[in-house]
Design a protein around this ligand. Sequence first.
Ligand code: TRP
Length: 514
Amino acid sequence: MATTDAVGAPPAVKSDLEAKKASAQQQIDPYNVAGEVDEQGNIKAIDYDRLIQEFGVQPLSEEHLRRFETVTGKKAHRLMRRKLFFSHRDFDKILDAYEQHGTFMLYTGRGPSSGSMHLGHTVPFLFTKELQEMFDVPLVIMMTDDEKYLYTRNKNEGHQKAGVAPEDFLDFAHENIKDILALGFDPKKTFIYTDYEYLGGHFYRNASEFESLVTFNQAAGAFGFGNSTNIGLIAYGAKQCVAAFPSSYPDLFGLKDYRGPDFPPEAKRRHKSLASIPTLIPCAIDQEPYFRILRDRCERMTDPHPKTSLILSKFLTALQGPGGKMSASDPNSAIFMSDTSSQIKNKINKHAFSGGRESLEEHRKLGGNPDVDVAFTYLSYFLEDDEELEDLAKRYRSGELLTGEMKQRCIAELQKFVTDFQERRKKVTDEVMREYMRPRKLEFGGNPSPTKPKAAANGDEGTASNGAAADGEKAAREDGRGTKGERKAAKLAEKKAQKLAQRPKDAEEGAGGT
Ligand code: TRP
């Protein structure tokens, strides 16, 4: 082993995942979210401006919000208005594509590391759901039971955790799926799947191709992998990347998957055209390293995909305050979607970090700081009314509003959100869940009046995104699933065409030959 290790050891690679954790620098990647730790051991708030610099993403500007409102004809979502979704890559391009060609695909996901979800986990899904409604586009949600299994096995390198099986994570995934669906996704345009159950077909072929484009060194650089990282985790990223390609899901666009050399060329062409549908990924910024790798390579696929657009969120602060995020492994840091109203009340009252002053007198005189106040922060995520939010901040700053009162307002809002959620969750039976998980043609309208309805990038009809979607619909009827009569008629037409092409006088020189 030692000799192979020596040969394979790339010099620039960190020794392993854990080694990075000891660093006192701010660290944000798919496996770590931690603010900077100062010399006294205090955790500082996550510095999002620095993250924008470091990751090379763009801040979401007022101009983007205005453009969003023009294109959709709807008010920008509160999470965008308040810059909780604060940065992006090529968000403008997805708006352009939607404006001109009419559709795109939304993609997001979740790693089911446990059976219960907390408030922070719902944020990207709430946002995605409303984007889906505003744009009327298809959405895929990936549940990465494989990733979480491999990560858990990797944590105790050498002496791997016993008694943990892939099935445990599949079970977590199903529980999480029910939570996600309780947020109210439209079954007509939403497909949700677990990797263990769905991966295969064109998805898997895309994954293989993508794996061939990423070296160990590149994966190690992006995720902090080392020589003792298990090979499953090293390769996993390719799956999360190609999940962004509409061509990974032919069924959703009414197409059949490739079935061998006699697969109709027409169906092949239609499937190729899926590659031109652009994708937008709403997610928390810790997932950005995956999609940086994706964007660098998607145009190098055999069927090149346009660079994926991203819209990236901050993390929902832990109850203890800025510097950490809600974590399922620390029950006092998080409000769970299964918490009762009285648990929510107790957690906020007991644990929520306050931006208020030491004494009532001081608070009245000097005022509080809503920016670090956890109750106010949660309200900024969940309270729809801009005016009320602004008013709460103002009165807190002036000292008129006390910490206890801010907390009370927060408790009421969260209790309502969580109880409504729990009511809907009860209705998500196995049967309901399985309907969302069935690979099937999705129904979506997209932009009702795109500016270039049939236009295509290179003049070939069917390469424009809306063309591809329309193609998908047509193909559903034509790619072999048609009736016997239809297939017979198609064969006759093909023979006729061949005969015509063979008539020397009718055929132009070279036509039909190449
Ligand atoms: N890796 C993500 C997690 O651990 C899960 C995930 C898969 C995801 N695909 C995604 C998250 C796309 C956001 C967007 O939660």
